[in-house]
Design a protein around this ligand. Structure first.
Ligand code: CA
Ligand code: CA
Ligand code: CA
Length: 214
């Protein structure tokens, strides 16, 4: 019985039970693997030379990118969410999105009322990026405040314009609209989105630890 990892020969066992990655013998190639998908192939050959093989794909735990619906905010049922509101739209993911009630703007500072919080976990330290699925119909309807773990509020203004749902990466309007990356430790983190300009709609968030796009 021969074992291959992504086509590379790992080890041969001649008597059963055939165990890979057991305490002894040990397979160095199967220890401390980087997060990702791997193909393990086992090829059995009998004494007459007849052989048969089978493969499985295994996923090694690590940081996966994740989608969160804006309307699934952790604090939805509390006063801190107001004056954000959950509204319906057939074109929105999950049929709903969030938008601050008209007349609420907070241009200069991140408000302490009217925010949505999203808790997520990463398995290992990573550089994280965030994308929003939004509608930003005009230059006065195209911003949110965004904060990670109680850090400084980032002015996500001048979101890519459009009255149809589209994605844009969170950028810092006070730093030339540079895309924002957060260096996060393993564990649980909280992303807070607060209103800045009314008329800006948020449908969904995409949190990535591998630089991928939604
Ligand atoms: Ca604006
Ligand atoms: Ca507005
Ligand atoms: Ca949604």
């Amino acid at each position: 019985m021969r074992l291959y990892l992504d086509g590379e020969f790992v080890r041969q066992e001649n008597v059963d039970p055939y165990e890979w990655g057991a305490a002894s013998p040990n397979d160095a190639a199967l220890r401390d693997m980087d997060p990702g998908n791997y193909t393990l192939t086992a090829i059995a050959t009998d004494t007459t030379g007849a052989s048969s093989e089978t493969s499985i794909t295994v996923s090694v735990g690590g940081n996966a990118s994740l989608y969160i619906e804006a309307e699934d905010a952790d604090n939805l049922a509390t006063g801190s969410f107001t004056p954000f509101q959950v509204l319906n739209d057939a074109g929105a993911s999950g049929g709903e999105f969030i938008e601050v009630a008209p007349g609420n703007n907070s241009f200069a500072t991140m408000p302490n009322d009217g925010y949505a919080e999203y808790t997520f976990s990463i398995a290992s330290a990573a550089e994280v990026t965030v994308h929003f699925r939004v509608q930003a119909p005009s230059g006065t309807d195209d911003s949110f405040w965004v904060r990670m773990d109680g850090g400084t509020g980032i002015k996500f203004n001048a979101i890519a314009p459009g009255s149809a749902w589209h994605w844009d990466q969170v950028h810092d309007n006070n730093s030339g609209n540079t895309p924002v990356t957060w260096n996060l430790s393993a564990g649980t983190h909280t992303l807070r989105v607060a209103y800045r300009e009314d008329g800006t709609k948020l449908d969904r968030l995409y949190i990535s630890s591998d630089g991928s796009q939604p």
